[in-house]
Design a protein around this ligand. Structure first.
Ligand SMILES: *Cc1c(COP(=O)(O)O)cnc(C)c1O
Length: 222
């Protein structure tokens, strides 16, 4: 199967409200160009250096989404061009992104990462931590970030029941947060959830951005 046909397969399954982030991490620029030539413009990367190298070498109408764990000392490298940062998991990180974005004269769209999985290893706010942060209105002073929604990863498991429950928990939390804090903000509209093995369930639960890598580019060798 080619990258193009994999891509078109995935796209054909997405309802109109759902956008695809083609996760190109660890894949070469040539593979990205195959997807690009088939029309894909949003790509996801999880390493700052890798994303920046690709940004510099590839067409400038690509929207780069950072989906990894972002270290504060590296924010400055991606701030000039990044389209969205999916994994913001602390107020401190939000402040740092804001600071660098101000220097660069940009407003950076960010998603708050919520810990919905059972695994210990996945990053993110708990529901309570996220609500506490939003209730303390300091984030409203950050004029160079735009909080546009939530991001989450389900547990890696064969139990579809569990995955569905986790995605639904993120969806209901989104609705709650939207009503409480972003009622007048149409930009708060994204639920980033769903990967190669679980995106159909994420879509059923209300995802607006799926992050699909191996199903398009092939299995990665870590
Ligand atoms: C790697 C990665 C993906 C894509 O995973 P696949 O299983 O290859 O689709 C999605 N989201 C995040 C945060 C990732 O790190």
């Amino acid at each position: 199967m080619s990258i193009k046909s994999n891509l078109l397969d995935v796209l054909s399954e997405l309802p109109e409200r759902v956008r695809l982030v083609a996760v190109s991490k660890f894949n070469p620029k040539e593979s990205i160009m195959e997807a690009y030539d088939a029309g894909q413009r949003i790509f996801g990367e999880s390493k700052v250096q890798e994303m920046t190298d690709k940004y510099e070498a590839l067409p400038k109408d690509i929207e780069w989404h950072f989906i990894g764990h972002l270290q504060t000392n590296k924010i400055k490298y991606i701030v000039p061009y990044v389209s969205m940062i999916h994994g913001v998991d602390s107020f401190r990180l939000l402040c740092e992104i804001n600071k660098q974005a101000e220097k660069a004269g940009r407003i950076i769209p960010c998603l708050l990462q919520i810990h919905i999985a059972q695994e210990e290893t996945k990053f993110g706010f708990s529901f309570d931590e996220c609500k506490d942060m939003l209730a303390n209105e300091e984030w409203k002073n950050l004029t160079h970030i735009s909080i546009q929604g939530l991001m989450g990863m389900a547990t890696y498991t064969d139990s579809t029941k569990q995955i569905e429950a986790e995605f639904c928990s993120l969806s209901s939390f989104f609705t709650e947060v939207k009503q409480s804090y972003f009622d007048q903000k149409p930009d708060f509209k994204e639920i980033s959830m769903g990967m190669s093995h679980d995106y159909p369930m994420a879509i059923a639960a209300g995802s607006t951005l799926v992050r699909v890598g191996s199903k398009i580019f092939g299995e990665r060798i870590y």
